[in-house]
Design a protein around this ligand. Sequence first.
Ligand code: ADP
Length: 275
Amino acid sequence: MSSIIKIRDLHKCYWVGTMPFPALHGINLDIMAGEFAVLAGRSGSGKSTLLNIVGAIESADNGSVEVFGQKVLEMKQDQRTRFRLNNIGFVFQAYNLIRVLSARENVAYVCQLQGKSRDESMEIANHWLREVEIEHLGYRRPDQLSGGQQQRVAVARALASEPKIILADEPTANLDSQTGQNLIHLMKDLNQRLGTTFLISSHDPDVKNAAKRLIKMTDGQIVDEWSKIPRQPISISSACPIQNLPFFERMRMLIKGSAMKRRHKQEQKKNRRRS
Ligand code: ADP
């Protein structure tokens, strides 16, 4: 039982010509399975760089990063691509959806990249769009959706590959406060129900309030940290019991969960109307 993300003495400096732009100075961090952790800090403190290195999008100068025991910094390009596809779901500030594809196709696309058939991919996409409550908008292209709806599609896309970790970089930055709060609620609900680990960068106070663990960064260093719950290492199987089940069994449980959530909402609505 150990951390699923293990970062040791990580350093990164960007160079523009001969000008150095230091980004990370000796980061040490462990993230356990099932955490809902937020990297906080001012713009320029190194949050995105850290997420990008963990997600094998960027390289580093020194140090080590292990995700599920895999040494991310030592991977070759094709290993990185496979690693990202099978382990990490990304949610970006600017949504990064493919403009010419519908919401459903955007979500299905990652499943097809994983080698699933078109029909199976569409079925999975429908499921995750339902999970983030926008299945009825699946036919629309990104430019026909609001910012909040696009970010829900991005969350559905991040989940569709069944990643064990979601890395979200300023996910609420382009959303109004209510839509941002709804998104935070959605991510926390997914973290609690599915056990998916979330590592989120943000300077949004609402995201920070929702954190179970807050990691504060300044000038490329971790300067402070607190946790709402005592952090005990938990095994991936106990944090994500659902991820150990066969595909159709998982779908059955998730669909049952969605139906219960819908029923609960309908009952709440009825009660509101009555009162
Ligand atoms: P944050 O996400 O907290 O805003 P970043 O990780 O984006 O911080 O940036 C950390 C530092 O690295 C900043 O000083 C930024 O200017 C610099 N930096 C980030 N990306 C680049 C880049 N592609 N080229 C040069 N400098 C960069």
